[in-house]
Design a protein around this ligand. Structure first.
Ligand SMILES: Cc1cc2nc3c(=O)[nH]c(=O)nc-3n(C[C@H](O)[C@H](O)[C@H](O)COP(=O)(O)O)c2cc1C
Length: 151
């Protein structure tokens, strides 16, 4: 059984909508177990236990949310060298941009030596059907890749 971890934060629920759609995609695969954690409740044990990771955040002031950053801050040293090549994906909910959050996550992920398995998903405004479908596909892609040993 492979394990996927989704770590997220949300204030007004948009990021949570993306997470729910992504979770549907992950759990469509019977070989994969899913943990969904609010970033403030997620820690090193969750990270070390997963085979694939999705970080989902609103963009706040051109960056990821403080809670998602805090998760990364808290886990970096305890997980150092133990999650190399972990496949990860990113979902950002934002008003009109999203790129600052994506690039900040990518920079930090390179410090952990994680490997992006897909292009980041940026959803501007209220998530629409197309964006939710993309979130579902992101989850399916990670689960399918783990199941067939592609990562
Ligand atoms: C404090 C704060 C800062 C924000 N900064 C940005 C920003 O820099 N760029 C942007 O596109 N949207 C920004 N937004 C808008 C949010 O990213 C957007 O409303 C997002 O969809 C909220 O996601 P949530 O419902 O998961 O909280 C900001 C919102 C807040 C509350």
């Amino acid at each position: 059984m492979y394990r996927v971890l989704i770590v997220y934060s949300t204030q007004t629920g948009r990021t949570r909508q993306l997470v729910d759609a992504c979770a549907e995609g992950v759990t469509a695969d019977d070989d994969v177990a899913l943990s969904v954690r609010v970033a403030s409740d997620a820690g090193t044990d969750d990270l070390l236990a997963c085979d694939g990771l999705i970080l989902a955040t609103p963009e706040n002031f051109g960056y990821m949310s403080g809670l998602v950053k805090d998760f990364l801050d808290r886990t970096y040293y305890p997980a150092e060298g133990k999650t190399i090549a972990l496949p990860y994906g990113v979902m950002v909910s934002c008003g009109n941009d999203g790129r600052g959050a994506v690039s900040a996550i990518e920079r930090i992920a390179s410090g952990y030596q994680w490997k992006a398995f897909a292009e980041p998903l940026i959803a501007r405004g209220d998530p629409d059907e197309q964006q939710l479908a993309q979130a579902r596909t992101l989850g399916e892609t990670l689960a399918a890749g783990l199941s067939v040993g592609a990562f």
